[in-house]
Design a protein around this ligand. Structure first.
Ligand code: HEC
Length: 125
């Protein structure tokens, strides 16, 4: 292969990878919006909650950072998303304005929650 066509092939591969990631981001954001997550969460830091207070829930890039490399994080977070968090054992005390996350099992299936948590844990700041 001549180097110009090799470059073109590599560039094409890059575009496919990047657009597959973008399509995945769009699909996950649509799922999160449909499931009501985005009323309390932002993806990136810096978003404000109602009345300019701290956001209600942690931004998802911070969630990815906090649980990076922790064994069992995915399973534990799916459980928290489905059944809600414990207000007496807040993981984000002082960082968010919400006291606890309510159970989301009325709004999302466990399979979809697992897809979302996998995606959240892979987010880069
Ligand atoms: C009514 C507001 C609200 C909604 C709706 C909501 N969350 Fe949360 N979420 C919170 C709050 C508040 C926390 C912080 C809990 C804590 O301090 O332990 C949180 C924490 C989290 C965490 C981190 C949990 C931990 O233990 O560190 C994840 C992951 C998460 N939410 C995902 C989701 C997903 C996915 C959805 C949608 C299916 C969702 N949230 C819907 C308010 C909400």
């Amino acid at each position: 292969m001549k180097s110009a066509s090799r470059m073109a092939a590599l560039a094409g591969l890059f575009v496919v990878v990047v657009s597959a990631q973008a399509a995945q981001d769009d699909a996950m954001l649509a799922l999160a919006t449909k499931s009501g997550c985005m009323t309390c969460h932002h993806i990136e830091s810096g978003g404000k909650g109602p009345d300019g207070l701290a956001p209600i829930g942690p931004n998802w890039q911070d969630v990815a950072k906090k649980y990076q490399g922790k064994a069992g994080a995915e399973k534990q977070l799916v459980h928290t998303v489905m059944t809600g968090s414990n207000p007496y054992q807040s993981h984000w005390k002082g960082k968010v304005s919400g006291l606890a996350m309510p159970p989301n099992e009325v709004a999302i299936t466990e399979a979809d929650a697992t897809r979302l948590v996998k995606w959240i844990l892979g987010l880069k700041s």
